[in-house]
Design a protein around this ligand. Structure first.
Ligand code: I3S
Length: 130
């Protein structure tokens, strides 16, 4: 574990700002709508929030203003680096849930997206092994 994520009740946890767009739901393509999102990994679920106006120091008082937009169940999901055809942006991850939802997740800073790649992959693997 690093200080940016840790084991808690046998699941991995992490939170931060990412860029995301949902691109499919129930296998049906959606139009891209890239937006910044406060993103939380907890209990094998990845939740993207609508409110990007987040400051770490204000979490306790602002938590009731952070509205979930999408929740992706990681059990049975797959994660890969997106091909150039999927997006012109750099550092794009493609998350596909077992229910047929697909998300693109992006961040310009390599270390940030690599940390998310690792913890989401580790979570998918942990959920698969249990
Ligand atoms: O896969 P696409 O259609 O090239 O995705 C681009 C569009 O969503 C575009 O919006 P418009 O549909 O209003 O043109 C976005 O501004 C682009 O960011 C999308 O492409 P990238 O390569 O950035 O994922």
């Amino acid at each position: 574990s690093t200080d940016s994520h840790y084991h808690h009740q046998s699941s991995l946890e992490k939170a931060g700002i990412l860029n995301k767009t949902k691109v499919a739901e129930n296998g049906k393509r959606l139009r891209k709508n890239w937006a910044q999102s406060w993103t939380v990994l907890h209990d094998g679920m990845l939740t993207f929030h609508k409110d990007p106006k987040y400051t770490p120091a204000g979490m306790a008082t602002k938590s009731n203003q952070i509205v979930p937009e999408y929740t992706a169940e990681l059990k049975g999901a797959t994660l890969s680096w997106a091909s150039k055809e999927k997006s012109s942006k750099k550092n794009v991850l493609e998350l596909k849930t077992r229910h047929g939802s697909e998300y693109l997740i992006q961040y310009d800073t390599d270390t940030i997206i690599q940390d998310w790649h690792k913890i989401i992959s580790d979570t998918i693997r942990l959920l698969h092994d249990h």
